[in-house]
Write a protein that binds this ligand. Structure first.
Ligand SMILES: Nc1ncnc2c1ncn2[C@@H]1O[C@H](COP(=O)(O)OP(=O)(O)O)[C@@H](O)[C@H]1O
Ligand SMILES: Cc1ncsc1CCOP(=O)(O)O
Length: 246
């Protein structure tokens, strides 16, 4: 017989656990070094959910205040609900914000962009340079914009990470994956999130390049990219990573 699954642990940022967290017995979350907040498929819910959640997070033991974390505003322009949720999360001061150009343009302007294609970008990454810089200055976060050329800015400096292959765009959740990698890198050097994000983006792009040598399409690229990431060594990274000032 299959044993029952353990109940998922409530977390204040997970809308699915919202009721549990707000109305169930309170308990201290264990300290964590990093966490990613993504807006994946959000359930249709009362719009008051997020304001109430934000208020609670501001008032009580907000674990995100004391840790490095990465915000990925997936498809922020696709609905008012997503936009409001992401703007609320900005108040919790993410260490890094990673999005494609359309997501960063929408979030920086606090307004849904009309050309939104949901989770995909309708802009080139460098179109979002000014928006990314102003978002970085406004929030204090490092802003990373992905695309053909990934760039990373703290509001004054900007560097480009030039690794990657166009086929990566054809794989759903490539952006999600690189956000997770950024969180892993930032967890190692939280005091230098700028460099950590740049390295994560270029190394991920490099894994895509190496994977592409063996791939026959997006499905096999996904597999080979993960295998390449797993077997990367220092020599390959040093010789092939392309990071340059913009
Ligand atoms: N045209 C491209 N050329 C090279 N690499 C790309 C290209 N598009 C995306 N990538 C790679 O895919 C990663 C994910 O970027 P992107 O597709 O913009 O994310 P999202 O899934 O959020 O739209 C980037 O960090 C980059 O390495
Ligand atoms: C539609 C959607 N909803 C949650 S993840 C996802 C797609 C992946 O987003 P990205 O391409 O930014 O990784």
């Amino acid at each position: 017989m299959v044993p029952p699954l353990p109940s998922p642990r409530p977390h204040p940022l997970n809308p699915m656990h919202h009721q549990l967290r707000l109305h169930g017995p309170r308990r201290q979350l264990p300290p964590r070094r990093r966490r990613i907040s993504r807006h994946g498929p959000l359930p249709r819910r009362d719009p008051r959910l997020h304001s109430s959640l934000r208020r609670r997070l501001r008032q009580h033991r907000n674990p995100l205040r004391s840790m490095a974390w990465v915000l990925d505003p997936v498809a922020v322009s696709a609905s008012e609900f997503r936009m409001r949720a992401c703007l609320g999360l900005l108040e919790l001061r993410p260490t890094v914000i990673r999005g494609n150009a359309s997501e960063i343009l929408g979030l920086a302007g606090a307004q849904r962009i009309q050309s939104s294609k949901g989770a995909d970008s309708s802009h080139e990454s460098l179109d979002a340079m000014d928006a990314a810089k102003s978002l970085a200055l406004k929030t204090g976060a490092i802003v990373a914009v992905s695309g053909a050329v990934d760039f990373i800015t703290d509001g004054s400096r900007a560097v480009g990470a030039h690794n990657g292959v166009p086929m990566m765009q054809k794989i759903t959740a490539t952006g999600c994956t690189v956000t997770a990698l950024i969180a892993a890198f930032v967890a190692v050097v939280p005091s230098n999130a700028f460099e950590a994000a740049a390295c994560a983006l270029s190394i991920f792009g490099l894994a895509g390049e190496l994977g592409m040598d063996m791939a026959r399409g997006p499905a096999s690229l996904r597999m080979h990219m993960i295998d390449s990431l797993y077997s990367l060594n220092e020599e390959t990274v040093i010789s092939r990573v392309r990071i340059a000032s913009l």
